[in-house]
Design a protein around this ligand. Structure first.
Ligand SMILES: NC(=O)c1ccc[n+]([C@@H]2O[C@H](COP(=O)([O-])OP(=O)(O)OC[C@H]3O[C@@H](n4cnc5c(N)ncnc54)[C@H](O)[C@@H]3O)[C@@H](O)[C@H]2O)c1
Ligand SMILES: [Zn+2]
Length: 456
């Protein structure tokens, strides 16, 4: 990155760090049960509420208990269950129409980050009828209190129930971007681990790793506070103790409850201390290809930690030691190695691949430029990178089969056309293909063993 731009980014981030104590952050007020949520609506004289969720969740019957509680207390409800993963502007507009057509007075966001983010931006559009979603991108563009918003997270997770962010995809352009505003923080949240008991193992894995990325990116960034550091440490410690347990046995109530708490802590950490380039790149991949957010984050995390190198060594080592990932007396370099190895091991044990399929070379410059626009100047990352530097990271996680011609040893001609691969390039690519095939075979064998165990 150009030194002048670097300076601008750091000045911008410092300004935000200085004003942090006076910014209107808040946490959602906790509600113990769905009955409490229904009682709250009665107290607020709300006759009808919009439940924003997705079809999978309604099909599983997860909203049934809430619906019963609302009916018992005489609160009418409309269910909008058309939210898709990586929720779109079309989702938001359709939810808003239902809200207005049915005369709703509040919103319950019921689901993972997708449902919660869609609900947040639906609320923003209701109070900002003349401002399209595209004009809300960035920070502080809503600036008006939302209708009463209650969040019920069913993945653990995004932490969206406590953050000021909502990430939306423009379905016309495939551009996925965050909208950040204090008014998007839900007013209330119901953290009930029972809603997460049926979460399939692979979603448990990737959403749990998303929470790990939140805590890690917040901790190694340059705008932490004592509170956000403590919350990040708590999140990583809990993820270390409980994620594999929840992954292996979805009905483990203690593991589910602790993971829900971990995701919440990580949410608190990053809503004040930001995420970083792992997220910026993951969002661009989600917008372009619909890659699940947690999956992209999980795959990217160890590569970015490697890439930051010394720039994050001190902080990452401290996080590793204090969360128990590394020994309490480990030297910085050793602790960092332990942390990065641990993230790779976690991925491997939960069948999360080391690369992402489908990344096309021709899409990389535009995705990198979106990631640059998201991350700079806002995210106080350990080492600043511009679009050009970020491009490399897409190649690093690109499945070798999709890479076709950009593996090590190839080069571009002056007019941008790819030159014929060189012999070392072909060898390097073949090595990568063999490596990935080996990992896939290992994963398939592990899956087969698990199935046999479960069928016994
Ligand atoms: N606002 C924020 O602060 C924030 C933070 C991180 C991520 N995000 C965004 O959140 C989105 C991802 O959210 P997510 O990872 O929670 O996934 P998701 O909401 O997209 O859900 C993934 C899948 O899991 C299913 N599912 C959810 N809960 C279930 C349950 N209890 N049982 C069975 N199936 C269930 C859903 O139906 C869906 O098919 C992305 O768009 C991401 O950008 C937002
Ligand atoms: Zn995330």
């Amino acid at each position: 990155m150009h030194p002048v731009r670097k300076l601008w980014c750091r000045v911008y981030q410092t300004a935000f760090r200085i004003v942090l104590p006076v910014l209107p952050y808040r946490e959602p007020k906790p509600l113990k049960t769905f009955g409490d949520a229904a009682d709250l609506l009665v107290r607020k004289n709300i006759a009808r509420v919009l439940i924003v969720t997705d079809r999978n969740i309604t099909k599983l019957g997860l909203t049934r208990e809430l619906e019963q509680d609302l009916t018992e207390r005489g609160v009418a409800y409309t269910i909008f269950d058309e939210v898709v993963p990586n929720p779109t502007i079309t989702n938001v507009e359709a939810a808003r129409e239902r809200y207005l057509a049915d005369g709703c007075g509040a919103i319950i966001a019921f689901g993972g980050g997708s449902a919660m983010d869609c609900a947040k931006v639906t609320g923003a559009r209701i109070v900002r009828p003349k401002k399209p979603v595209t004009k809300m991108r960035g920070i502080l563009r809503v600036l008006r209190p939302l209708p009463l918003l209650i969040a019920v997270p069913t993945t653990a997770g995004t932490g969206s129930e406590t953050t000021l962010a909502a990430v939306i995809t423009d379905d016309k352009t495939h551009y996925k971007y965050p909208i950040n505003d204090f008014c998007l923080i839900p007013h209330y949240a119901v953290l009930d681990y029972r809603t997460t008991l049926g979460l399939p193992a692979h979603i448990t894995a990737t959403t749990g790793m998303d929470a790990l990325v939140h805590a890690t990116e917040a901790y190694i960034g340059r705008s932490t506070t004592r509170e956000t550091r403590e919350r990040a440490i708590e999140a990583v410690s809990l993820i270390r103790s409980y994620l594999l347990r929840a992954y292996r046995d979805g009905s483990d109530a203690e593991a589910r409850a602790q993971m829900l708490h971990a995701a919440y802590c990580a949410g608190i950490a990053f809503t004040k201390s930001y995420v970083g380039y792992v997220h910026a790149v993951a969002h661009s991949l989600g917008g372009q290809y619909g890659i699940a957010h947690g999956l992209a984050n999980a795959v990217l995390l160890p590569y970015f930690l490697d890439e930051y190198g010394e720039a994050c060594e001190k902080r990452l080592a401290e996080l590793a030691r204090r969360s128990g990932v590394a020994a309490a007396d480990a030297e910085d370099a050793e602790a960092v190695r332990a942390f990065i190895t641990w993230t790779r091991d976690m991925n491997e044990q939960m069948d999360i691949p080391a690369t992402l399929p489908g990344i096309r070379n021709e899409d990389i410059p535009a995705m990198a430029s979106h990631a640059d626009a998201e991350g700079n100047p806002l995210y106080p990352v350990p080492r600043l990178m511009d679009a050009h530097e970020l491009e490399r990271m897409y190649h690093v996680v690109q499945d070798p089969v999709d890479a076709c011609g950009v593996a090590e040893g190839t080069h571009e001609t002056v007019d941008g056309a790819e030159a014929a691969p060189t012999a070392p390039g072909i060898v390097a690519r073949m090595k990568r293909v063999v490596r990935v095939a080996g990992r896939r075979a290992k994963r398939a064998a592990r899956r087969a063993r698990t199935t046999v165990r479960q069928n016994r």
